[in-house]
Design a protein around this ligand. Structure first.
Ligand SMILES: NC(=O)c1ccc[n+]([C@@H]2O[C@H](COP(=O)([O-])OP(=O)(O)OC[C@H]3O[C@@H](n4cnc5c(N)ncnc54)[C@H](O)[C@@H]3O)[C@@H](O)[C@H]2O)c1
Length: 450
């Protein structure tokens, strides 16, 4: 009874300090997820400490310089200058924080098995200064059981117990870089604590910056629901990618088909085809679950099939390009191909696992030496060991100097009228030229059945 009373009073004291904003937040991993989160707390006046192993990121933050496209440079400068946000590589300062978010990468190995080493290493660092009353919230996307079977045992090596001495929860991130409407504050999130008190405290911490929090009964549920969200996208995109290839054979326009189906007011959600999927989430996360399934003698067929179709799309686009080269009075050797947009999706500067990059690599491997690109978000990149710079600007002259123009990423800063007007052949993998008028006989659209 005495014990229960003391737990409750600790929880209520912590709740009071969270609700009165008199607590300190730590964010471990200051990338696309962590930095916006840290800035959001700091903008609310919460003392925030950002921790990363990347010296360059910490140095730019210390100078007040932002490196994440979605957050305002002014906000970063303000919170650094007024001291609400501090940035360090020194993990021993974790002890200063009452609530610590872990937002480190969860990539896969070359064989596409989960690599949770960043979670393990950062948790080991956090564990060194773990103290009673701290709440740790893992945000990195991962397979069910990571919080309780990997993170919790590391944190408890010193004898502390989750829900009794410290608190532990999983709360997946839903940030959608480049999305102008949905941002950290107005996107609901799910929180699953190791105990009910853990959930209550993790909800309270998130409530400081997020309008709606949905408690889940366990970290496993929260881990699994995040994977479901991303697998749902992967499977539906794969479905239209497969149908786009069928439509190309049977002579029906998939884009018109999807738009027509989307007029149904219930039971249908439109997904569109493209050159493949990329980024740090939809391509990788499903593999976390298929890997886990194998341990339980369970083949996740939907995941595998979706991955197979989506990952074949850059190869399909390559075959479209090669076919168009064959139709011109040029050879593979001297063909000049210009890719428009190399980022993995529209209006972002993120190149991770970009299908456009894969298309470029495949063309290089095919012996097409003159492959260039234009992307105002990505000034230079590395294609199979060769540094390639973006064209400085997208002018009529640049377009006319190339034989084949491929719209790989449909950035909104492209002038599609100008592109269609000044190109000999346009391969449009995103239906980006949909609203361009005039002669489009030289535009080859993925999945339009022509
Ligand atoms: N990017 C997105 O849109 C998005 C959306 C939802 C979920 N997620 C998930 O969030 C997690 C983070 O993704 P991200 O896109 O922010 O990755 P990121 O690569 O942009 O950032 C991760 C940061 O963690 C740092 N880091 C790596 N190891 C560390 C360690 N041991 N200690 C401290 N810092 C370390 C890196 O230097 C980097 O700055 C991943 O699990 C990802 O799947 C990402």
């Amino acid at each position: 009874m005495t014990h229960t009373t003391s737990i409750n009073s600790t929880v209520s004291q912590l709740l009071t300090s969270i609700q009165s904003h008199s607590f300190t937040v730590g964010v471990v991993g200051l990338g696309y997820v962590g930095l916006p989160l840290a800035v959001e707390f700091a903008m609310k006046g919460i003392k925030t400490l950002g921790i990363d192993i990347d010296n360059r990121k910490i140095s730019s933050l210390v100078r007040g310089e932002n490196y994440i496209q979605d957050i305002s440079n002014d906000n970063v400068r303000t919170v650094i200058e007024n001291g609400t946000l501090a940035a360090t590589t020194d993990f021993s300062r974790c002890g200063e924080c009452d609530a610590i978010f872990i937002c480190v990468p969860t990539p896969f190995t070359p064989n596409k098995d989960p690599d949770i080493s960043h979670i393990v290493h950062s948790t080991e660092e956090v564990a060194k200064s773990l103290r009673a009353g701290q709440i740790i919230i893992l945000k990195s996307t991962t397979f069910p059981g990571t919080t309780t079977k990997y993170v919790q045992p590391i944190l408890e090596r010193g004898g502390m117990k989750a829900g009794r001495d410290y608190y532990l929860a999983f709360s997946p991130e839903r940030i959608d870089p480049g999305n102008k409407h949905w941002h950290t504050g107005n996107t609901p999130i799910v929180v699953g604590g190791v105990t009910a008190d853990c959930t209550t405290l993790a909800c309270a911490v998130n409530q400081v910056i997020i309008e709606k929090i949905i408690p889940a009964s366990s970290p496993d549920v929260a881990e699994m629901e995040k994977l479901l969200e991303n697998i749902f996208r992967s499977v539906n995109i794969a479905l239209v990618n497969e149908l786009a290839q069928l439509c190309d054979r049977i002579g029906v326009n998939i884009w018109e088909v999807v738009d027509a189906a989307a007029t149904k007011p219930f039971g249908f959600m439109p997904f569109y085809p493209g050159p493949g999927i990329g980024g740090h989430c939809i391509l990788i996360d499903p593999y976390y679950l298929s890997w886990m399934g194998r341990e339980f003698d369970f083949e996740t067929n939907f995941i595998t099939l979706a991955a197979e179709v989506n990952e074949s799309m850059p190869f399909y686009v390559r075959s479209m390009i090669v076919r168009e080269i064959a139709r011109q009075p040029i050879t593979m050797d001297n063909a000049k191909v210009l890719l428009l947009g190399i980022a993995f999706k529209r209006d972002v500067d993120d190149l991770r696992h970009s299908p456009a990059l894969k298309v470029a690599e495949l063309l290089f491997q095919d012996g097409i030496k003159n492959v260039s690109y234009y992307d105002s978000y990505i000034p230079s990149t590395n294609i199979l060991g060769t540094v390639v710079n973006s064209e400085k600007s997208l002018t009529a002259e640049v377009l006319q100097q190339h034989d084949i123009i491929v719209i790989t990423t449909d950035h909104t800063d492209f002038d599609y009228e100008m592109i269609v007007r000044n190109s000999r052949v346009v391969i449009d993998t995103r239906n980006a030229c949909k609203n361009v008028g005039g002669d489009k006989s030289h535009v080859v659209l993925l999945g339009d059945g022509k």
